[in-house]
Design a protein around this ligand. Structure first.
Ligand code: FMN
Length: 315
């Protein structure tokens, strides 16, 4: 286990990474997370370079803490996003949804830390071979786009830990200190949390969306669009329409047409909780409040110590 190695590398106090999330993790959330001692991540996926620039500058004006930019490689414009972030002095990049070979060397050559997201031990090995500093092993429970292999966090983390020699960051279904403790027990060096940080005052998820999530129950999410890009969604009218199309064996084109262009923005940023696309993780019903990031992180830290003290040191 290399928790200290990773916290030193990322210059963070706690082994907690606030996840990059399209439409949700802008400069305000990233700065609040960095100020609370975590790695604050700006989700560039939904941003044109000019907007990304504003978010990075805003975050930098609000914190001296550690900031990263998440660049999903499935969108056009990833290179421009990376160049924008580099120009503004960003040194930590989290890449996802594409080949780890694409930008790792270029970023390492200019002295950056590179972390790539994987949903399988096989891809984790490729990430290591590509030269990344760490991998984020993201289980099937996670919100947002999901691995096709459907490997849960509990199964994935030890397999990835056994497969690579670099630090492994666990993600998917981690909502509280119990989840962090569990993932560290499985060999992870840190926890990346998305859905729980979405449910904070500083995230840019629309208030309607946050309120709807307060009513979540254990079966409120589903994996949709397996034929297009698998994504975990909160149950709403849009998700039901997608499910109908999915079970009728719809083609990629039909699914893409229903998804349209602005569904994710309409749902997550603009608050259309009926017809918008609402990405969220499977454990969301564990979030019962919408705290400030600082209060959330303090509770995670305090609860973690209590758990550690209550676990017998031998069986
Ligand atoms: C609303 C939302 C948007 C997301 N967008 C991205 C993204 O742009 N890039 C990415 O690599 N992961 C994205 N993710 C996945 C998160 O980075 C993180 O790995 C995931 O949320 C962890 O699972 P959890 O939600 O159960 O904590 C997103 C997740 C959510 C909930």
């Amino acid at each position: 286990m290399s928790i200290e190695k990773l916290t030193k590398l990322l210059k963070i106090q706690y082994p907690i990474i606030q996840a990059g999330m399209v439409w949700v993790s802008g400069g305000k959330l990233a700065a609040a997370s960095a100020n609370a001692g975590c790695l604050g991540t700006i989700g560039a996926g939904s941003m044109k370079p000019e907007l990304l620039k504003l978010h990075i500058q805003k975050a930098q004006s609000l914190t001296k803490g550690s900031l990263a930019v998440n660049v999903p490689l499935l969108y056009d414009g990833a290179l421009k996003q990376i160049q924008t972030a580099l120009d503004l002095g960003i040194k930590i990049f989290i890449t996802s949804a594409g080949s780890p070979k694409k930008f790792t060397k270029m970023l390492k050559d200019v002295g950056c830390v590179v972390i790539h997201v994987t949903a399988s031990p096989e891809l984790a090995k490729k990430c290591e071979a590509a030269g990344v500093d760490a991998v984020i092993a993201e289980g099937f429970e996670a919100g947002g786009h999901n691995g096709r292999d459907e490997i849960t966090t509990m199964s994935l983390i030890p397999q990835v830990v056994d497969a690579v020699g670099i630090p492994v960051i666990a993600a998917g279904g981690i909502m509280d200190a119990r989840g962090i403790y569990a993932c560290i027990s499985l060999g992870a060096s840190a926890a990346q949390m998305g859905s729980r940080f979405l449910m904070t005052q500083e995230s840019s998820a629309h208030e309607n969306y946050k309120q709807a999530l307060l009513g979540a129950h254990s079966g409120s999410t589903r994996l949709a669009m397996k034929n297009l890009v698998p994504v975990r969604l909160f149950e709403n009218d849009f998700a039901k329409d997608v499910e109908k199309l999915d079970s009728a064996g719809a083609s990629k084109e039909e699914l893409a047409k229903l998804l349209g262009k602005g569904r994710a923005k309409a749902g997550m940023l603009d608050g259309d909780v009926s017809q918008g696309e609402l990405e969220i993780g499977q454990a969301i019903s564990l979030a019962h409040d919408i705290p400030s990031v600082n209060d959330l992180v303090q509770k995670l830290v305090n609860d973690y110590s209590k758990i550690a003290a209550s676990i017998p040191s031998s069986l």
